[in-house]
Design a protein around this ligand. Structure first.
Ligand code: APR
Length: 387
């Protein structure tokens, strides 16, 4: 596995549970991957999948189970109680906690091999029966090579495995033309649920992460400089865009992270090339609009880990042969949902009165049509039919 993110570590845990020899190669240090704040919303089907594989012990103890989110538009609060509607939850568990649990389980409990801090990873002979991966060892500075049966490309959006298939893969990209200023505030959440502010001046979001830290998002021009967003401007915009009649004022705090994300998606097809199989962000990126990236990565890893085990221990190659096609169905489904949701969030601030009108109609329909609400809940929670 190239990459010790959620995808690579989950594949590793599945392989180790079946007694398969494997190696995870990671450019960062263990401390770095265990501390890096990223996504934080996990779907119930992913939680159940982790639980079935003995990987959810700490998560089940520590994660918050959300029962509702809240839209704010037209100056009002519009709570959306998805648990009441479906019986399902959203789980809030920072990605770095999940990575910490998975590293411990993979390396310390299941005895999986891992090399942190490697440099210049290269892939060799992917189209033959005996591919290999080489890397520069951090201690010796020498290049070492490992022969293997398969390579799992789990090294995220800027890794080498996705790049290795450039020219052979079809990569479909979508650019939203929108930026999100991603903020982490050292402050307790202002509301105990996720807030979506759909405001004519731009989208704003609040995602509780822990009692001490809260994630906020503010729509901004793509490529904007975070330096254009001093503390006072950030909080003034958040107050305005998330303000609603009867809402508690936001709890302000120091901003410990401030990054501009240009909203874009891509999908690499197929996800398998000879002995290389891509998983997670290495294969597809979904803008954080619907919080689906981490979930897709773990869904990929379950499918890929199980397929490797079937092939290596039982000689059954059907899972690996079908891996790409079956995963791409869900990937495209989640991409479509992100697009749908993006228009709901951003249409009102598009400057186009027609789009603003249809976005508002879309929002109102969520709260007036039970069928629309049920369909939204199913897709938001990731509890739609299996792929
Ligand atoms: N060699 C080895 N490791 C690498 C290389 C490389 N050349 N390049 C990157 N990596 C490592 C990164 O340091 C990171 O730890 O691969 C790991 C990839 O992890 P993620 O980026 O978290 O990707 P993935 O496991 O697919 O999980 C997707 O991450 O971006 C978020 O929102 C996204 O939550 C989703 C999740």
């Amino acid at each position: 596995m190239v990459g010790a993110g959620p995808a690579g570590l989950t594949v590793g845990c599945v392989l180790r549970a079946a007694g398969v020899d494997c190696l995870v190669l990671e450019t960062g240090t263990r401390e770095f991957v265990e501390r890096r704040p990223r996504a934080g919303v996990i779907e119930e089907p992913v939680v159940r999948g982790l639980e079935r594989r003995g990987l959810a012990g700490t998560l089940l103890e520590r994660a918050r189970r959300d029962t509702a989110c809240e839209f704010r538009f037209d100056g009002g609060r519009h709570p959306f109680g998805y648990h009441e509607l479906t019986g399902h939850h959203h789980w809030v568990y920072p990605q770095q906690f999940l990575v910490t649990d998975l590293v411990r389980e993979y390396a310390d409990v299941r005895g999986g091999a891992v090399r942190f801090g490697v440099r210049d990873v290269r892939l060799h002979d992917l189209d033959g029966d005996r591919p290999s991966v080489s890397y520069v060892c951090p201690e010796s500075g020498h290049r070492e090579a490992v022969a293997c049966d398969f390579v799992a490309g789990c090294d995220g959006a800027r890794g080498v495995t996705g790049a290795a298939v450039a020219g052979r893969a079809r990569v479909s990209r979508h650019d939203y033309g929108i930026g999100w200023l991603a903020l982490l505030a050292e402050a307790p959440p202002s509301a105990d649920r996720v807030l979506f502010g759909c405001h004519p001046d731009g989208f704003a979001g609040q995602m509780p992460r822990s009692p001490e830290v809260t994630r906020y998002y503010l729509q901004c021009p793509p490529g904007d400089d975070p330096g254009n967003w001093p503390h006072d401007r950030v909080w003034a915009e958040l107050h305005r865009r998330l303000g609603a009649a009867g809402a508690e004022p936001l709890t302000e705090g120091p901003l410990i992270e401030k990054r501009v994300l240009d909203m874009h998606d891509y999908v690499t097809e197929p996800m398998s090339f000879g002995r290389l199989h891509l998983a997670g962000d290495a294969a597809h990126l979904v803008a954080p609009i619907a919080a689906k990236g981490l979930n897709l990565a773990v869904h990929d890893a379950f499918a890929l880990g199980d397929a490797f085990v079937d092939r290596l221990l039982r000689g059954d190659g059907a899972g690996l042969a079908g891996y790409s096609a079956s995963r791409l169905r869900q990937v495209w489904d989640y991409q479509e949902f992100s697009q749908w949701l993006s228009e709901l969030y951003h249409g009102g601030a598009s400057g186009d009165p027609f789009r603003a009108g249809t976005a508002l109609a879309r929002l109102r329909r969520l709260f007036s049509s039970p069928a629309t609400a049920a369909a939204f809940a199913e897709r938001y929670l990731g509890t739609a039919a299996r792929y």
